[in-house]
Design a protein around this ligand. Structure first.
Ligand SMILES: [Zn+2]
Length: 198
């Protein structure tokens, strides 16, 4: 079942491999579309920071991190995940409570990325089960109904015709459910493996 851990672990951060950072970024866009929309290219730069060795380091206090400045490799900015703030000029220029910068994003990917993957996998499997189950149940029910009509003593032609019509209807519903499932599945697979997107 869902293993979503809402409490981030304030663990030391290390660079993640680039494909993992890209996946974290995609999941961020998936779960927080409103935030992602405001990011204007910062997500791509956060991916770079997230996958760069030593760029994100744990600070002295829990939830506080030092993130390397891209323009000055010897400088760094302080990201406070408790207050959700960053000391960089980009963050400071934006409206309070709505500000987002690549440093905050990079730390966010490190801390929340693994939980987003677990959440996503849970959703994927739940959807798969739900749709597969729905169309199988429809078909089984219709087939049983048809069989009962055929073997029922004294069943009229009309009874059998009705049962067959029900099978056709159930088959259509099953196909619609299957198509819906496949659409979801394609969408989710594309999120996991963007290069294989049709
Ligand atoms: Zn920043």
């Amino acid at each position: 079942m869902a293993n979503t851990n809402s409490t981030p672990e304030w663990s030391p951060v290390a660079a993640v491999r680039r494909p993992a950072a890209l996946l974290f970024a995609q999941l961020f866009e998936h779960y927080y579309p409103t935030w992602a929309e405001r990011c204007n290219g910062r997500i791509e730069r956060a991916v770079e920071l997230c996958s760069m060795a030593g760029a994100c380091r744990r600070g002295d206090l829990p939830g506080v991190f030092q993130v390397q400045s891209e323009s000055n490799p010897r400088g760094s900015y302080t990201v406070d995940m408790n207050a959700r703030t960053c000391s960089c000029p980009d963050f400071g220029r934006q409206p309070a409570g709505r500000a987002m910068c690549k440093h905050l994003l990079a730390v966010g990917f490190h801390l929340h990325g693994p939980a987003w993957i677990r959440r996503f996998e849970d959703e994927l499997y739940r959807l798969k089960d739900a749709y597969r189950h729905a169309w199988q149940v429809q078909l089984e029910r219709a087939n049983t109904f048809e069989f009962l009509a055929l073997v029922a003593p004294g069943a009229t032609t009309e009874d059998i015709d009705n049962a067959r019509a029900a099978v056709i209807q159930a088959t259509e519903q099953a196909q619609a459910a299957q198509a819906l499932y496949e659409a979801f599945y394609t969408k989710y697979i594309a999120l996991f493996f963007p290069r294989h997107e049709a």
